[in-house]
Design a protein around this ligand. Structure first.
Ligand code: E4P
Length: 218
């Protein structure tokens, strides 16, 4: 399973990269705003900085919601760096844009996916990734992980190449369960990735090993 980090924070991206387990980055306009990155030129410069840190797929989201606008923006974004994946919302014009990009070899991430039907459409349009939002479904009392299971099964039934990118992954158990289900990718904050590190028995065990070793030095 690939690990993507879901942030536009360069320090967090660098830290996940330095850990040696990072496969890519997802961003969205809200994550950019959270870092105070506003305006076309600043946003583009920020994508370039992310591409300089991580050698893996970097999702950059279009703002337009009409076909021509999405195509214009997406083609511009794709030109920035070979690792850029154009992130397109799951709307009618978005599906058309994904088909357009896939026919031209431009990678896409179909975002804001909340149902199996939407995921099926994304795959049929040729999306590289589909992003079902696990946490946001949980927030409204619907089982987000069940949707991941459904999509993995449907794609498996027909051999769709679209990769299931579990998004809005909020905690370690989400990530572990996505791995059990067989999601291709998870995207999550740095805290979820580093959360995998910790176990009290590891800390206690290490402390004991080090103190026993030190006995020989007295
Ligand atoms: C997906 O690519 C989105 O950027 C993201 O995972 C949304 O997560 P959130 O629901 O925690 O905002």
């Amino acid at each position: 399973m690939k690990f993507f980090i879901d942030t536009a924070n360069l320090q967090d991206i660098q830290e996940a990269h330095d850990l040696g387990v990072l496969d890519g980055v997802t961003t969205n306009p809200s994550l950019m705003a959270k870092e105070g990155i506003f305006g076309h030129d600043n946003v583009i410069a920020h994508y370039k900085k992310i591409c300089d840190i991580v050698d893996g797929d970097i999702s950059a989201e279009v703002i337009a919601v009409d076909f021509d606008g999405m195509v214009r923006e997406g083609e511009f974004l794709a030109e920035l760096h070979p690792n850029i994946v154009v992130k397109v919302p799951m709307i009618r014009e978005g599906v058309k844009a994904i088909r357009h990009f896939s026919e031209r070899g431009i990678k896409t991430n179909c975002t804001l996916v909340f149902s199996a039907g939407q995921a099926l459409l994304a795959a049929k349009a040729g999306a590289t990734y589909v992003s079902p939002f696990v946490g946001r479904l949980d927030d409204v009392g619907t089982d987000g992980l069940q949707l991941i299971e459904q999509i993995v099964q449907i794609y498996g039934n027909y051999g769709y190449q679209t990769q299931v990118l579990a998004a809005s992954v909020r905690h370690v158990m989400h990530l572990i369960q996505c791995a059990e289900i067989g999601a291709d990718v998870v995207t999550c904050p740095l805290s979820v990735i580093t959360g995998l590190l910790h176990h009290p028995l590891t800390d206690n065990g290490l402390q004991k090993f080090l103190s026993d070793h030190a006995k020989g030095n007295v």
